[in-house]
Design a protein around this ligand. Structure first.
Ligand code: FRU
Length: 565
């Protein structure tokens, strides 16, 4: 049988879901198995997976594999273009990047290339489930206005059929080079295959996949091996990967795997690193590593899973933070002093890039793994990206501040002044898309509460809790969703608190003391919850509040549903 005869007997091109390679056997997954004809009746069929096994005497050529992937790619794009947007979508953000349909996760490939910023993110368009992710693609001249492009990478190939997983991009003269993890699951036991794959684009919009560059696991490493970060080090390239090492006694330890290359194609394995962090015991997996320099200090970002929680209120296994790093001339990496990067509920898998003017920029996923119950799923979408932030390293501390370009979203400044002493002030805003800046004297006793996105019944509280010397974020009075409801920042030094807060319908990003601490959170309250209250357990004098409404950015998000030409 030729591939064309097989496809016809499988019910035609539109019925092909995946073409998997197991050794030299071809496994074809079908959308509707009842469309199979007699011609394939003799081939082994697994009804649970809807998969046919086609053993070949002569292995398929690269062109034949490409033929299968082109068909699957076209079919996925057709299904995407048939999707319809659910309206109204009251929770959808006005100025953050969020999907119109489906579930978003990690930002990917954030890079500056030929005068524009490129940004991708993982998306499963067809439901709010953690499933076969593709990379969708945006570009921006200014970090504010984003244009969406055809899906950059679909799950169409034998090496990424169950997920175009996370990765980075680098700009190489005319070429935009992406290295990502191809995720494949085999059999009913869903054995995981992870390879590190290459894709390139000459026009910055259409991508050609070149398949796996690294298709073997390092010794002792499990298939939890993913999320390449690429960066230049002296005269060569380095790739960092999140890895899980299994020790002879069966213990699973998180590590970073490091590879080296001269040409971004041919990669040489250098080793596993991470034994300097917490005596080598710091969770069972580190996802989405990054490595960057800020004001002369090298940092690595990691998303450790399974570490001991730093707070009684933090009950989930997924964390995200940074460590100080050193990388010597022989490419030995050393990591120390893990700290959380964000103190809110929803911040994961951040990536950094260097701005055209040299600033270090960061964007993260405003969502968490395993948390899929959110009110926005009624509108067909789930999760969003954070705002873009500038990172600086000052006086031994890492600071995050909203990228200065975001000021372009502001309407006219409104200054709110409260006279005299009071224990409650109420400000009614016209929408839930706003920026607010103010300061608080640290209370001598009791609590000061900044009540946000409030309609009397639903709200989210930022609490300066003098009695317990901590700042709390409490979303237990918002609409229910998966995840924790309390977060804390210990505040033993009792210093005053400045707040810069960016709100966007169903999210709050709270920058405390010039970005020394950040609390990033999805918060769902009804559309009429536009009030902000200032509440104090003891009457006090309130500082002036500056407020701006934030306008919609110019992204035509609906374009995302168009298939590629
Ligand atoms: C983190 C993560 C990555 C992986 C991606 C898959 O959120 O699990 O490790 O590459 O999501 O979409």
């Amino acid at each position: 049988m030729t591939p064309d005869e097989l496809i016809a007997a499988c019910g035609g091109r539109d019925n092909l879901r995946r073409a998997l390679k197991v050794s030299e056997t071809v496994i074809i997954e079908l959308g509707d198995p009842s469309l199979r004809t007699e011609q394939v009746a003799s081939l082994p069929f697994n009804p649970a997976l809807s998969q046919i096994t086609w053993k070949q005497e002569v292995p398929l050529t690269a062109d034949e594999w490409q033929y299968f992937s082109d068909i699957i790619d076209e079919s996925i794009r057709q299904q995407i273009s048939a999707l319809r947007v659910t309206e109204p979508a009251c929770f959808r953000p006005q100025w953050h990047i969020a999907p119109v349909q489906g579930m978003l996760n990690d930002p990917n490939g954030f890079t500056f290339h030929q005068g524009e910023y490129h940004l991708f993110h993982g998306l499963y368009q067809f439901s709010g489930k953690h499933k076969d992710r593709c990379w969708v693609h945006y570009t921006s001249p200014d970090l504010v206005n984003w244009t969406s492009h055809p899906v950059a990478l679909c799950t169409s190939d034998w090496f990424d059929s169950h997920g175009v997983y996370s990765g980075h991009a680098v700009s190489q003269q005319d070429e935009l080079v992406i290295i990502y993890t191809g995720n494949v699951r085999i059999g009913e036991q869903r054995d995981r295959l992870s390879t590190q794959c290459l894709a390139t684009s000459a026009d910055g919009i259409h991508f050609t996949k070149h398949g796996p560059l690294i298709d073997e696991l390092p010794p002792g490493v499990t298939p939890h091996f993913r999320d390449p970060k690429i960066f230049r080090h002296h005269d060569h390239w380095i790739m960092l990967l999140g890895a899980q090492e299994e020790t002879p006694d069966g213990t699973l330890r998180a590590r970073l795997a490091l590879y080296r290359s001269k040409d971004l194609r041919d990669w040489q394995y250098c080793g596993l690193y991470g034994e300097t962090l917490n005596d080598g015991h710091f969770g069972y997996m580190w996802e989405c590593p990054d490595l960057f320099e800020a004001d002369g200090q090298l940092f690595s970002m990691l998303c450790p899973q399974g570490i001991t929680s730093h707070s009684q209120f933090y009950t989930i296994p997924h964390h995200c933070g940074y460590v100080k790093a050193t990388l010597d001339a022989e490419d030995n990496l050393s990591l120390r002093e893990f700290r959380h990067l964000d103190h809110g509920f929803d911040f994961y898998a951040p990536q950094t890039t260097q701005a055209a003017d040299g600033r270090r920029l960061l964007i993260g996923w405003m969502g968490m793994p395993d948390e899929t119950r959110r009110p926005s799923t009624q509108e067909g979408w789930l999760h969003q990206l954070t705002c873009i932030r500038e990172l600086t390293y000052q006086n031994g501390q890492l600071y995050q501040q909203p990228a200065r370009e975001l000021q372009q979203l502001r309407g006219a400044e409104k200054i709110i002044r409260f006279s005299g002493v009071s224990s409650r002030e109420v400000v009614s805003l016209t929408s839930k898309c706003f920026e607010l800046q103010t300061r608080f004297r640290w209370p001598q006793q009791g609590q000061i509460t900044l009540r946000l996105m409030d309609n009397g019944e639903y709200y989210c509280d930022l609490i300066l809790d003098a009695d317990n010397q901590r700042i709390m974020l409490d979303r237990s009075h918002a609409l229910p969703q998966d995840g924790d409801t309390l977060r804390e920042i210990p505040w033993p030094d009792k210093q005053d608190v400045s707040v810069q807060l960016l709100a966007d319908n169903a999210s709050l990003e709270i920058f405390i003391n010039d970005g020394r601490y950040v609390m990033t959170s999805s918060v769902f309250t009804p559309t009429d919850a536009c009030r902000v209250q200032f509440i104090s357990s003891h009457p006090c004098t309130w500082q002036d509040v500056s407020c701006w409404s934030l306008r919609q950015h110019a992204t035509d998000t609906k374009v995302i549903l168009k298939s590629s030409a």
